[in-house]
Write a protein that binds this ligand. Structure first.
Ligand code: F6P
Length: 358
């Protein structure tokens, strides 16, 4: 009897359940009754503290379209994995112990950057691990696309669409703040798809005077509104050039709830035009996965199950072009996939006249 553990870790997103279904259905189809799937509760926390429930075939029904995760999730920072907790538990040793106590043949992990780092650590510690790339941020190294990203792009685009109509009616400037502290993929894609006039992302520090200039030029051209898609992690040129620690402090010291509110105040003061901020926040991670995500989650899930069948461990399934491939965890763990500042998507946006404030 094969015994496979599966967990979802880090921030949730669309497609987690579709991926769980993809892995488990493929294993049930291949092994029949000769496999037991253990759903570990709340990410690595469940593996640390031994909390789990068996996943039956019937648990997989109706979850393809369901948002969130039937297993629950939690954030267990990688940097604390080696730190003994208040109950004197060494998390890594506890996870190894529970893996062995459960008699698992493999652990399937669905997660983003931090999750993949821990997956790599567990793999190096001798556990059989296979992982799937999850995050609305699309910032995982080694895959062209993560699942959750496209669904979040749809939601953020829809927000920009809706803001367009109200911005036009009132002749206002609107900032839509899109998720993404370290990378701007989501802001870039939703900004272009939603027809934003300005896109600000962490990879391209902005000059506020350039942003203001764009808004003023639009007014001169008789356009009474402007839309800015701004990533949570957008950063001004002045702050970007500070050393890491000072930069962090400067962002923490903002006298506004977030960078978007500061930019809004600066635009309003310089142009006299009413400037508002909309923050869709966790909306972007919620609800049903779109068709694209359902498809790649299913393909990722099948590919992960095939790795398990072939005993090909220590890998993350990934999308390369239109193919699903497997990349060693050691090659991708700890690497961030940022937006290359001269990539074709950025260049297309610039050719169209979208300002990046640079
Ligand atoms: O990593 C996904 C993400 O949604 C980021 O875009 C966002 O900055 C962060 O998670 C928010 O995390 P939390 O839900 O823990 O506040």
């Amino acid at each position: 009897m094969k015994k496979i553990g599966i967990l979802t870790s880090g921030g949730d997103c669309q497609g987690l359940n579709a991926s769980i279904r993809g892995v488990a259905k493929t294993l049930f189809n291949y092994y029949g009754d000769d496999v037991s799937i253990v759903g570990i509760t709340d990410g690595y926390r469940g593996l640390i503290y031994g909390e789990y429930k068996e996943l039956k075939k019937e648990d997989l029904s109706g979850i393809l379209t369901m948002g969130g995760t039937i297993l629950g999730t939690s954030r267990q920072p990688f940097k604390l994995m080696r730190v003994v907790d208040e109950n004197s538990v060494d998390k890594v040793e506890a996870m190894k112990g529970n893996y062995r106590k459960l008699g698992l043949d493999c652990l399937v992990v669905l997660g983003g950057n931090g999750t993949q780092k821990t997956a790599n650590l567990l793999s190096q510690e001798g556990l059989n691990v296979v992982s799937l790339p999850k995050t609305i941020d699309n910032d995982l190294w080694g895959t062209d696309m993560t699942f959750g990203f496209q669904s979040a792009v749809d939601i953020a685009t829809n927000v920009i669409d809706c803001i367009h109509t109200t911005a036009t009616s009132h002749g206002r400037v609107f900032i839509v703040e899109v998720m993404g502290h370290k990378v701007g993929w989501l802001t870039l894609y939703a900004g272009i798809a939603g027809g934003a006039d300005v896109i600000l992302i962490p990879e391209i520090p902005y000059d506020i005077n350039s942003v203001i200039e764009t808004v003023k030029n639009r007014t001169k051209q008789g356009k009474n509104f402007s839309i800015l898609a701004v990533a949570e992690g957008a950063v001004s040129k002045e702050i970007a050039q500070l050393p890491k620690k000072k930069k962090k402090q400067a962002m923490a010291d903002l006298a506004y709830p977030s960078i978007s509110y500061k930019i809004a105040a600066e635009i309003q003061e310089a142009t006299g035009q009413e400037t508002r901020v909309t923050v869709p926040g966790h909306f972007q991670r919620g609800g049903s996965p779109d068709a694209f995500d359902r498809l790649i989650c299913t393909r990722f899930g099948v590919a992960a199950a095939q790795l398990i069948i072939n005993k090909d461990y220590g890998k993350m399934v990934a999308l390369k072009g239109d193919e699903i491939v497997a990349v060693p965890l050691s090659e991708i763990a700890g690497k961030l996939k940022q937006v290359p500042i001269d990539c074709s998507v950025v260049n297309a946006a610039k050719a169209l006249g979208i300002s990046f404030g640079d």
